[in-house]
Design a protein around this ligand. Structure first.
Ligand code: PHE
Length: 444
């Protein structure tokens, strides 16, 4: 490879891109249904603990592996640990990215459809939202078409490159997303009866703890922070030498959790305020499952004044969040093929397109495949990837490299005091916790 490797152009652009990867359907579609299922506030407490105790350290680990190697996810392990089986961790990551794309793109397609339904006003006419969603699910060709549209849209940004495609789009889309979200939160909180939703989110009921809450929350943390598959690693390979890795990981995690909580503060208060039967609201939300956002939420909006505007805004928000994430997922796979198989970006992208379209079609056609891809990636592949990444950064990686990366070669003083805690977490805490939670979740 003689071509100079790309980097992000500005600090703001870099944080926007990494936060854009993290903030996605995971925050707005997956988080509310997992929260409802996990008993509300209890789930959120465990989720935040997961982010603090191993999410952030693991993100730093991915950052330093990526920046010190300046290579794709598999190439990074290749460079830092030549001729060892560690490269399989990178390869597993690329595979995971592919698996996630397979079901994620289908949901992106639903989002586009609901945005169109909102803008054209047809969503306003709906009386049975469950039937409305099922009509979309039953229309297989339409789902495949919508999915393919989103795949091509994503590919356009990948094709435009790191600065012109990934960075520029994130710099525009992320602020828009925040703005839309804030407007929606204000609207939801001003509904009468919104209080119930806020209590559900923030007042824990310890009687309701489910045995799988730890695995669910950990899987959600990995998924939402884009960890455990080399995505943050790949983006960090485009970071500049003077980027403060610890600070960036904290910023990205903070932005991501904020968006998840804000999304919760749109959905739960509206649900509690607008429900006709407060006694069954929680079980209704749980039953909503992945359909929560496409059945319950439009139903709620429809009871509000100006429902068209609110739902159009909401589904636009969802599509934007999803797009910056699909871009990051597709970049991981594309740069892997490009660098490891030494082909041009265009050619690499072409192979990725074919693969994603095939897998996306499979999960659009079969709900079972869809569920398997969702569960396997979040609850198995990402935690396993995260486990090995933390073992690699904690035990294998040369201490010198870790120190240089964390302190930017001695320039960041805080980096040194962080070093000890960091290596304790990556050596012991994170691997043991991930393993225990994983086994417990599988048995329980
Ligand atoms: N973090 C993204 C979301 O929450 C999904 C994702 C996972 C993106 C893994 C990249 C890598 O939607």
């Amino acid at each position: 490879m003689n071509e100079k490797r790309s980097t992000f152009g500005s600090k703001l652009g870099m944080v926007a891109a990494a936060a854009g990867s993290a903030v996605g359907l995971g925050n707005i579609w997956r988080f509310p249904s997992e929260t409802a299922d996990g008993g509300g506030a209890i789930f959120i407490i465990v989720y935040i603990a997961c982010i603090l105790f191993f999410g952030i350290p693991l993100m730093v680990a991915e950052f330093l592996i990526g920046r010190s190697s300046r290579a794709n996810a598999a190439g990074a392990f290749h460079k830092l640990a030549p001729n060892t089986p560690w490269k399989w961790v990178g390869r597993l990551g690329v595979l995971t990215g592919f698996v996630i794309l397979g079901f994620y793109m289908v949901v992106c397609g639903w989002t586009v459809d609901y945005f169109i339904q909102s803008v054209t006003g047809s969503l306003k006419e709906v009386s049975d939202f469950s039937a409305n969603f099922n009509t979309l699910l039953a229309n297989r060709p339409k789902q495949v078409g919508l999915m393919a549209f989103f795949v091509l849209l994503t590919a356009y940004f990948i094709f435009s490159g790191v600065q012109k495609g990934i960075e520029r789009s994130a710099k525009i889309m992320m602020p828009v997303l925040f703005l839309l979200l804030i407007v929606l939160v204000v609207r939801a909180l001003s509904l009468e009866g919104a209080r119930g939703g806020i209590d559900f989110l923030f007042k824990p009921d310890f009687q309701e703890v489910k045995s799988t809450v730890f695995l669910d929350a950990m899987g959600q943390a990995f998924f939402s922070l884009s960890l455990g598959m080399g995505c943050m690693m790949t983006y960090a390979s485009y970071f500049k030498d003077n980027t403060n890795l610890t600070k960036t990981a904290v910023q990205v995690s903070l932005l991501d959790s904020t968006v998840a909580l804000l999304a919760g503060m749109v959905i739960f208060p509206s649900a509690f305020a607008l429900t006709t039967n407060p006694d069954t609201i929680v079980s209704e939300l749980v039953a909503g499952g992945p359909g929560l956002l496409f059945i319950t939420v439009p139903g709620l909006f429809n009871q509000m004044e100006g429902s068209m505007i609110w739902s159009a805004m909401f589904f636009l928000l969802l599509a934007i969040a999803a797009l910056t994430s699909t871009i990051s997922l597709m970049e991981v796979v594309t740069i892997y093929i490009q660098e490891e198989h030494k082909v041009s970006r265009k050619k690499g992208l072409f192979f990725v397109l074919i693969g994603v379209l095939l897998l996306g079609t499979l999960s659009a056609l079969s709900p079972q495949s869809f569920n398997i891809l969702d569960m396997a990636s979040a609850k198995i592949m990402l935690p396993v990837g995260g486990l090995f990444i933390s073992l690699f950064a904690g035990w294998y990686l040369d201490k010198k490299i870790v120190q240089v990366e964390l302190t930017n070669d001695g320039k960041i003083k805080f980096g040194i005091s962080f070093l000890k805690t960091y290596s304790f977490i990556l050596k012991f805490l994170a691997p043991v916790a991930i393993l225990l939670i994983f086994l417990y979740g599988l048995i329980g």
